[in-house]
Ligand binder design. Structure first.
Ligand code: HEC
Ligand code: HEC
Ligand code: HEC
Ligand code: HEC
Ligand code: HEC
Length: 396
């Protein structure tokens, strides 16, 4: 007699085959070994998976996507780590950074060649590439979380329903054999594949990446405001986040004032659909300085908004002072020196705080030649990403 587990596994396999035959019935199985390979009898342009090719007809999506971090997900800081890890583990990382079958490494030489290409071509796309040549200049993996990663399976296009048209399922059009419209593109679940770790990887009850869960707990999910509502306004492919000062600023209400003779700063997360910041890599520094008559600094206060983890006897959480949606926090410059005339508050954002130390410790080791150049480049970039979010003075 067949045991239960075997029975189940056969059932699941059979179901899987049915779904694939039906063409990803509402995106089920969409992320299982995604591949764009097909034998469609289409023009070279329609078969070309490079973002530059999509740009010929979908220019506005290309022009916003190319400025987003999705277009830079095959980054120096990512692949500079691979020679140490080997191509097998590298492929595990590509599951989110460049997941299509044809983006993965076939072996060690393929991976090492890719490092030297990235060294010469820091950007993963090139609008001047000759699209008529059999091979566009750069391999598809260099375009990272590219158009085809989200929109193409077996050559076929998948997207949201047309604007002002609720037709779902397969829609025939003149180009690339039509497309399949699914509501899933308009929902947070679409982003979960790469922006949520499973609960089994939790540290102190929370996975390192917990963005979708944080959103589910928030007012935004109850109001039906999805990730796309903030990160793809009007369907634009901007995907702005903590690296963008204006975008981050509009998510917060920040007030300074004087209460009971003390200067204070109050931050409220009003328009962020998850923790501020979501994830363990950024750090937000809040500081205050008491200033004397001639502007001299009399005293300094410092606070951190961060989820800090470290490795030692397994992963451990050191602190989690992040702001959840709708949460407020007050920072009081208490016991100022008598001569203080005013207090200045500053909020500084360090989007890649965690990576700064990762890259520095990698550089302290012996690195493969291309990897060393790439990791140094990544470290330099982390510094240029820092910015001052807010600064204001309270007279005492
Ligand atoms: C030769 C022009 C052309 C090229 C090249 C092209 N497309 Fe399209 N695409 C179209 C047209 C036309 C439609 C149909 C629009 C409609 O009728 O609503 C379409 C529809 C789509 C849709 C569905 C839009 C929706 O409303 O959901 C997606 C997604 C899409 N294309 C993605 C891509 C991607 C990704 C590439 C590159 C790999 C690409 N296309 C290349 C012309 C093109
Ligand atoms: C990270 C995933 C992702 C990537 C990468 C991506 N898209 Fe999209 N795209 C989406 C989602 C999600 C929507 C639907 C957004 C919504 O409904 O709010 C969408 C919508 C679209 C539409 C329909 C737009 C409309 O106004 O109706 C087209 C066409 C499209 N994308 C083409 C592209 C092209 C071309 C690229 C590359 C330059 C690209 N996408 C990259 C996720 C992605
Ligand atoms: C295939 C995996 C994948 C999918 C699907 C995906 N993302 Fe991403 N996303 C990434 C990766 C990887 C990065 C980091 C890119 C980098 O900087 O290397 C990223 C970065 C981002 C950032 C920028 C964060 C910053 O630090 O500024 C935002 C915002 C974002 N994604 C939103 C979304 C939203 C919204 C969706 C769903 C519509 C989505 N993503 C779907 C993989 C994905
Ligand atoms: C589950 C999806 C996922 C996997 C798997 C993953 N990443 Fe990422 N990675 C992300 C997302 C999302 C971001 C952007 C996070 C943010 O800033 O909020 C990111 C950001 C990064 C960054 C900083 C931005 C950049 O591209 O320079 C590095 C470096 C990085 N990841 C390296 C790795 C390495 C190395 C691995 C494999 C050990 C890996 N990632 C596996 C999702 C993933
Ligand atoms: C109400 C608007 C809103 C919603 C809804 C929302 N976000 Fe964000 N998101 C923001 C703002 C503002 C920031 C920049 C501040 C920050 O990092 O917290 C941000 C930052 C991010 C970042 C970069 C964080 C980092 O630490 O590098 C990622 C990734 C991201 N969001 C993904 C998502 C995903 C996935 C969803 C859906 C589950 C989502 N967001 C829902 C507003 C929103």
């Amino acid at each position: 007699m067949m045991n239960n587990a075997l029975m189940k596994s056969i059932l699941v396999t059979a179901l899987g085959v049915l779904l694939i035959a039906a063409g990803y019935a509402d995106l089920d199985g969409y992320w299982d070994k995604p591949s764009t390979k097909s034998n469609h009898d289409w023009s070279a342009l329609e078969k070309n998976m490079r973002p530059e090719a999509c740009a010929q007809c979908h220019e506005s999506q290309f022009n916003t996507w190319k400025l987003s971090r999705h277009s830079k997900a095959y980054s120096s800081g990512l692949i500079g780590q691979f020679p140490d890890m080997g191509h097998g583990q590298g492929n595990d990382c590509l599951r989110c950074h460049a997941p299509l079958d044809e983006q993965l490494y076939s072996g060690e030489p393929d991976m090492l060649k890719s490092l030297s290409i990235l060294r010469k071509h820091p950007q993963g796309f090139d609008l001047n590439a000759n699209l008529d040549s059999p091979e566009a200049k750069l391999p598809l993996r260099h375009s990272g979380v590219s158009c085809a990663v989200c929109h193409v399976r077996s050559g076929n296009r998948f997207g949201p329903p047309r604007k002002n048209d609720n037709t779902l399922g397969f829609i025939k059009t003149e180009t690339h054999g039509g497309f399949t419209a699914s509501k899933k593109f308009e929902q947070s679940g679409f982003c979960a594949e790469c922006h949520q770790f499973p609960q089994r990887y939790a540290i102190n009850g929370k996975p390192l990446e917990n963005t979708v869960f944080e959103w589910q707990q928030s007012r935004f999910s109850k109001q039906g405001k999805q990730c796309q509502g903030c990160h793809m306004p009007d369907r634009q492919h901007t995907f702005k986040g903590i690296h963008d000062k204006d975008f981050t600023r509009q998510g917060l209400d920040i007030q300074v004032n004087k209460k009971h003779g003390l200067a204070q700063l109050k931050i409220t997360s009003t328009n962020i659909g998850h923790a501020f910041p979501t994830y363990v890599t950024p750090k937000v520094l809040v500081s205050a300085v008491a200033l004397g008559k001639r502007g001299e600094v009399l005293k300094t206060w410092r606070w951190e908004i961060v989820r800090e983890v470290f490795y030692g006897n397994g992963w451990q959480e050191k602190q989690d002072t992040r702001l959840m949606p709708d949460e407020s926090r007050r920072y009081v410059a208490d016991n100022p020196p008598k001569a203080s005339q005013s207090v200045r508050f500053d909020i500084k954002v360090v989007p890649d705080n965690f990576y700064k130390s990762v890259y520095q410790s990698l550089l302290d080791d012996d690195l493969q030649a291309d990897a060393k150049v790439l990791i140094q480049r990544a470290l330099d970039e982390t510094h240029t990403n820092d910015y001052v979010l807010f600064s204001d003075v309270v007279k005492l």
